[in-house]
Design a protein. Structure first.
Length: 86
């Protein structure tokens, strides 16, 4: 788990970080307070624009990449990654 500093919790920076780690252009979202995105597969860019830095409980994940973005209601942001195979 990698914490994202508050100053870097903006959509463009998070998108660049996720892309550098292998995220694709589509993601799956769980974000109950954002019904338009909750429980759906969609394009990554508009999701990050709507969710990053808003302090809502959400997770945006990229199953094929073993990667996710998580933000909680306190504004803490993290990138979650599957551990590397040994």
């Amino acid at each position: 788990m990698q914490q994202i500093p508050a100053v870097d919790a903006v959509a463009a920076k998070v998108a660049a970080l996720l892309k550098s780690l292998g995220a694709g252009p589509r993601c799956f979202v769980v974000a109950a307070s954002h019904g338009e995105f909750d429980n759906c597969a969609t394009d990554t860019a508009p999701v990050l624009e709507a969710l990053v830095g808003k302090s809502t409980d959400c997770i945006v994940f990229f199953p094929g990449a073993g990667l996710a973005y998580y933000e909680n209601h306190e504004g803490e942001c993290h990138v979650l990654r599957r551990p590397a195979a040994h």
